[in-house]
Design a protein around this ligand. Structure first.
Ligand SMILES: [Zn+2]
Length: 123
């Protein structure tokens, strides 16, 4: 028999408020709206992601933009106006952001994981 360390070894009873060690790359440190057509996110691991409002509008994951039954996107990101603006960006819990777009759309909830995975530069 090979002896393994038990998983619980070294774990104390008190858990940290923010388990940052569990999801380091999906924790933003800064969310910057340097201008109305852009959102920039700096991550706790030093990475940076920049979206245009039009890109975010095209990525909208809400039920009105993506069919819940087929997963098919109902809006074509290429059809989104390039001068799309975002306003009223708000935090949703500590895991996502929500915003209103200049076309009135505001039902999308963008989790940080989703945003990082859809980085337009693919990083
Ligand atoms: Zn939507």
């Amino acid at each position: 028999m090979v002896e393994h360390l038990t998983e619980n070894q070294g774990v104390t009873g008190s858990s940290p408020v923010l388990p940052t060690n569990r999801m380091p790359s999906y924790s933003p440190t800064v969310i910057r709206r340097s201008d109305p057509t852009r959102v920039e996110i700096e991550w706790s691991d030093g990475g940076k992601t920049a979206f245009t409002a039009a890109q975010l509008r095209g990525l909208c994951p809400c039920a009105g933009c993506v069919s819940e039954t087929t997963g098919r996107r109902m809006i074509d990101p290429a059809q989104v106006a390039a001068d799309m603006r975002q306003t009223e960006l708000t935090m949703v819990g500590n895991y996502a952001i929500s915003m209103r777009f200049s076309d009135g759309h505001h039902t999308g909830i963008y989790t940080f994981e989703y945003l990082r995975q859809n980085d337009p530069r693919g990083s």
